[in-house]
Ligand binder design. Structure first.
Ligand code: NI
Length: 160
């Protein structure tokens, strides 16, 4: 396992469309392990493979509610419902937060890290994270959706 470098806003990789994973092989499993380690290192809720420079449709999400980290390969949005206005940030935009409108509920189908088909029903924070990370696979960033004038810069606490 290894921490990967997170690509920050301004790098054109973040604007590219990621490719479908054809086979969930050992390389994908290593990528997933590294992405989870990187996500936790930076206390993120979600991370998409393009953010570590890999243009593959892989995302990891941890909402820190006690359940396992979600690993979604080739995620597809099946259904969305409702609306929520939420504060959002992104590991590629350190210390920046803005308000966005997201669906309140979403159903996603994907493969897990074992290559098995899974279906995830997310509400609230999980719905927000699923939409945010799937957007990354399509080169869409939260600042594209932000409600104008809501961007805030929050200086980090030096807690390391
Ligand atoms: Ni992000």
């Amino acid at each position: 396992m290894a921490i990967r470098t997170i690509i920050e806003n301004g790098d054109p990789i973040l604007r590219k469309t990621a490719k479908e994973v054809e086979v969930v092989d050992e390389r994908i499993k290593v990528l997933v392990e590294d992405m989870i380690e990187t996500l936790h290192k930076y206390n993120g809720v979600g991370l998409a493979a393009p953010q570590v420079g890999i243009l593959k449709r892989v995302i990891v999400i941890d909402t820190y509610d006690g359940s396992d980290v979600l690993v979604l390969i080739n995620p597809k949005i099946i259904k969305t419902k409702g609306e929520q206005t939420v504060e959002e940030g992104c590991l590629s935009f350190p210390n920046q937060y803005a308000k966005v409108v997201r669906p309140k509920e979403v159903i996603v189908e994907a493969l897990n890290e074992k290559g098995e088909k899974i279906r995830v029903e997310g509400k609230e924070l999980l719905a927000q994270a699923l939409m945010h990370e799937i957007d990354h696979l399509n080169g869409i960033l939260f600042v594209d959706l932000m409600i104008p004038g809501t961007m805030e810069i929050v200086e980090p606490n030096n807690q390391d």
